[in-house]
Design a binder for this molecule. Structure first.
Ligand code: NAD
Length: 548
């Protein structure tokens, strides 16, 4: 009798088969390099093979995306028509969630609970884009040079072809976060997913086509970081990159040489601050979610916890207790909280950060162990205390389930510690008095800071920009900013009185002094008007304030 040699990682997923994975791989652009073996982190089995695009393949893919966009007149369709494709895509994601969940788990080793976050998130992203995108892209009247005599109108066109380079940790969410607004803006898109997680990207493209996206407007190029990544940057009109700070720098340098714009969503070493008046049980539960979702392989994850001294012991006790409650597993069910790390390199990185902290005198309050009994790359959620400020885990991003907890004197000291980092992506403040918490949040130098929530209230605020400063990147996704980065603004200005030149009959000196005097009068009047408005607003507020 023949032995079934198909990988168990595939056969145990109820919706997947080797044939289905091969059919998905057929949707990728052909590659001239040695094909890429894709592995299931949960078992280390090879689950399939995808083409590896060489530089020439990528160049041809970009050209084809350009031609398909032009041929289908994608950019010329009304914005509402393009939005309708995204609307239908959200339905397709919902209908196909079982297979998408299986695929996400298969190629990342994440728990099903974490995979479900991606499936819930993408239709929400579509909802925002469909509801708000067309207005963001509409023509705008801007303040004219000389009101009444001239006009200024801004129109927005797609930049052309957008290259999206996406990472392995949230292969659906993070590809969609760039691909969907770029398509909505009327661009052609070439998506290069991480070589470890190509199948989800291929499924996403398939579902977009099923939703009515013209063939070829979105192309998936599967390829190794090099040469496929740099080749993409060399041929597209904008590159949207999500990944490590190191690669992000290389992408930015190349984009700079090519004089194309780029948006970079990079790493983080995110702080979480617990103030003295926080509800400690809520803060502990929230911190566990903020630290260990997707086994900490989340750019927005908290890795440095600063707790005001007076509540440090009580918070630590609750946080360790809640961390110990987390369950580990990679099965295709909703039982486990935390799944596997992505590969052996990530496991080595996590282990080395814990060992380094321990060697410098840190205490492992819980976790700290590799758990091959659960999955080959599984590592326990780990809480460290007594971490030296120059320990690797304190200064750099671990991107794994390892966090440090440090006492600080007060809110000011917490802000100083939180800001002592080259990164600036995400942070959270836990408190009782939310007005004070918000004031503290405003002093933390991160693109997004949540109060009494770790991540989701910030990420889920679709209308608000999201992104990092410093080593965490350039540009913003979400909100109007997340759409406009994929558009070229053009200004058309009309003069109703012909050209503005110095008239011949009046001495130029008079014109210069007259114009400057007029401008000064306008500034003076505006200043006074603003002061009056301020006083009126203050009077209204005072009248509304309840009497003592
Ligand atoms: P990485 O930079 O190695 O890879 C990311 C992507 O870049 C992959 O598709 C890869 O193939 C491609 N790539 C590799 N070399 C390239 C090159 N020279 N030119 C162009 N593209 C190239 O990232 P990683 O280490 O696999 O991913 C983890 C990192 O991503 C973490 O640092 C994490 O913080 C970051 N990340 C950030 C966000 C965010 O939104 N800020 C989200 C997820 C992950």
């Amino acid at each position: 009798m023949a032995t079934d040699t198909r990988p168990t990682a595939v056969t145990t997923a109820s919706t997947l088969s080797s044939e289905r994975l091969t059919a998905l791989a057929d949707g990728a652009v052909g590659g001239s390099d040695e094909p890429i073996d894709v592995t299931a982190p949960a078992t280390t089995e090879r689950i399939g093979r995808v083409p590896a695009a060489a530089a020439g393949d990528v160049a041809r893919a970009v050209e084809a995306a350009r031609e398909s966009s032009a041929g289908s007149a994608w950019a010329d369709r009304p914005a509402r028509e393009r939005a309708a494709v995204l609307d239908r895509f959200a339905d397709r994601v919902t209908e196909n969630r079982a297979e998408l969940l299986d695929l996400l788990q298969l190629e990342t080793g994440k728990s099903r609970r974490t995979a479900a976050e991606e499936i819930l998130e993408v239709p929400m992203a579509c909802q925002y884009l469909v509801g708000n995108g067309p207005a963001v892209m509409a023509d705008e009247r801007r303040a004219a040079a000389i009101p009444g005599l001239t006009t200024a109108t801004v129109t927005y066109d797609p930049v052309g072809v957008v290259g999206v380079i996406s990472p392995w940790n949230y292969p659906m969410t993070l590809a969609a976060a760039d691909v969907l607004p770029a398509l909505l803006a009327g661009n052609g898109v070439v998506l290069k997913p991480d070589e470890k997680t190509p199948y989800t990207a291929l499924a996403l493209a398939e579902l977009l086509e099923a939703a009515g996206l013209p063939e070829g407007v979105l192309t998936v190029v599967t390829g190794r970081g090099e040469p496929a990544g740099p080749a993409l940057v060399d041929h597209v009109d904008h590159v949207a990159f999500t990944g490590s700070t190191e690669t992000g720098r290389a992408v930015a340098a190349r984009a700079g040489r090519n004089l194309i714009d780029c948006s970079l969503e990079l790493g983080g070493n995110n702080p979480l601050v617990v103030l003295a008046d926080a509800d400690l049980e809520t803060a502990a539960r929230g911190a566990v979610q903020a630290c260990f979702s997707n086994a900490g392989q989340l750019c927005l994850s908290a890795e440095r916890l600063y707790v005001v001294e007076s509540v440090y012991d009580a918070f630590l006790e609750a946080f360790v207790r809640e961390t110990d409650r987390l369950t580990l597993g990679t099965a295709y069910d909703y039982d486990a909280d935390v799944g596997s790390l992505i590969d052996a390199a990530q496991l080595d990185r996590v282990r080395s950060h814990v060992d380094d902290a321990r060697d410098r005198g840190a205490t492992v309050e819980t976790g700290g162990q590799h758990r091959p009994d659960v999955a080959p790359y599984c590592f326990e959620p780990t809480v460290l205390t007594g971490v030296e400020p120059d320990a690797t885990v304190a200064c750099t991003e671990t991107f794994g389930p390892v966090v440090s907890v440090t006492p600080v004197a007060d809110a000011d000291a917490a802000v100083t510690a939180a800001n002592d980092s080259p990164y600036g992506l995400n942070a959270s403040v836990w408190c009782g008095d939310t007005a004070h918490g918000e004031a503290v949040a405003r002093r933390i130098e991160c693109g997004t800071v949540c109060v009494n929530d770790g991540i989701l209230s910030g990420w889920g605020a679709r209308d608000a920009p999201m992104g990092g400063v410093g080593d965490s990147g350039i540009g913003r996704r979400h909100g109007p900013e997340g759409i406009r980065r994929f558009l070229e603004p053009w200004t058309v200005s009309v003069s109703r009185v012909g050209p503005f030149t110095f008239p011949d009959r009046i001495p130029t000196g008079w014109i210069v002094s007259g114009s400057l005097a007029a401008a000064s009068t306008v500034r003076h009047v505006s200043r006074n008007a603003r002061a009056v408005t301020r006083r009126v607003k203050q009077a209204v507020t005072d009248r509304r304030r309840p009497r003592e």
